[in-house]
Design a protein. Sequence first.
Length: 568
Amino acid sequence: MSIYDFNSYSPRLASATYKSLLNCVPPTEKSSYLQDVVDVLMHSLSNGQLFFDLTTDSPRIELRNAGWPNAHLNALASSGWVNGSLSPIVLHKSRLSWRRWHRELQLVVDDLIQRSSTSENFLTESLPVECDLPSDLNQEQLRAVLAIDKHNLLLISGGPGTGKTTTIVQLISRALAKNPDLRVAVSAPTGKAARRLQESIQKNINKLDSLQKKKLDQLACLTLHRLLEANKAGFRRNRENQLTLDLLVVDEMSMVDLKLMRGLLEALSPNCQLVLVGDPDQLPPVGSGSIWQILWSENSADFAENSVSLCHVYRNKGALDFISRVLRDQGISSFEKKIKDLPVGANFSLHHSSIRKIPSTIRSQVDAFSQRLSELSISFVAQQSTENSRSIVRCAQSLFISDHMFSLLEAFLVLCPRRRGLWGVDHFHQELLGKKFELGVMAWPQGFPVMCGENQSELGLANGDIGLVIGEGKRRRILFRISGEEGLLTCLINPSRIRCLEPAMALTIHKSQGSEAKDVFVLWPEPLQNYKANSNQLLEFIDSYETRLLYTAITRACDHLYLFTPIK
């Protein structure tokens, strides 16, 4: 069994695509090899890969014909399906891709290359190198901050604890020092990531002068979908209705897919400075096209002058830091061996438990956590009226209690690599809530964490936003902390107005991206011993994906990580 979910690939869809191509673009020479090519491309696309690299990739499905790839390439050449500007498939260098996705990717890369070569921007004033720069910036951070003086495009890569937020704050501060009237925006792919970025920025502005501190304190961190004013038809902000910005910083770029990146670039003027920040070792986006990984691998030479890698780790997290680097660089097999050598008392611990129930260690923690949230929610209701269907919390005592509740959410996090199956998110909540799980949010306990499952810009909510159940009966509301034009706002929203609400005492690892917690508990339903070095390319692909998945989970922890695997 693998944690990787192959259910997204549909052989029936691949077969239908092949038949449609035969009808719409009849091949010069028909061959069953062509159906293999379509299957491979459809399988790659279902896994978020926009192209298939013939030099590094191997088909991960069973082919009808032997002779891959030479026999298949000969059949493609004879078919006419890779010839001309209207052909459905592109063979570019060693890569096979659908023409649509090749064109979309090339448009994004070309746009970024053009921006990287543009020197005109809105930072007209000259500043000395040492102006307002703190002495504790390392050379990598210093290079990134000073790059805002001359580059219209800046790519900043860094893992957890490498000072990305500090660099962002100093970079924006320098830009404002050069042009106080600069129109600045900061964004991230998810509401959780945007809110956390805004909170981190506010914690890092104390050393700035009063004017810059005020501007950064008022800076709204919006999701990319809210920034682009997304709706069912697409984005209201586009080439004809561009954003009025001089500088845009986008964090958590690893979660940005090709469609979202294309929409963002179309909504920005060519002179708007663009700063992209992220960790290329994190999970790829759910949508197709991991643009951040592509920029840092295949196209890295095109952006050499515009790229800065932050490598110095400021947060020494002991065994967590060591073990996450082993996992990232050497894979799960080496990771499993190194765990055994960790000293007693290390802030990374491995536990074994029955996969058919929630481990007692986690259950006791969850019960205590739930009890405290319930008590605080009752105290909150005593202070706050919940008559309106959506209201901003302004009562000082209510805000104090809500801050405490949201702080608790940053102290405790349970992660699962999948939604369904044993030790999946649904299994966890079914065990926890019993029959109430199916009854919905009106039956869930007070203080229970919930997640918004869709973007609802009219409410200020984004897919992935975490809230808390407040009140009972007609007074039941969901408490959210929302990033808006006024900064961070605490709001109460009637659950009937929220189209999709899910329990969120546990999250999938994908949904946890952009968040951190002091203590993280990971339910990993596959024995670590199952991951062994091998020459099977399908298994290598699975191991690579699950290595990235586990690495993302571990790097959510600030203080301690508890990894649970099944009993042998």
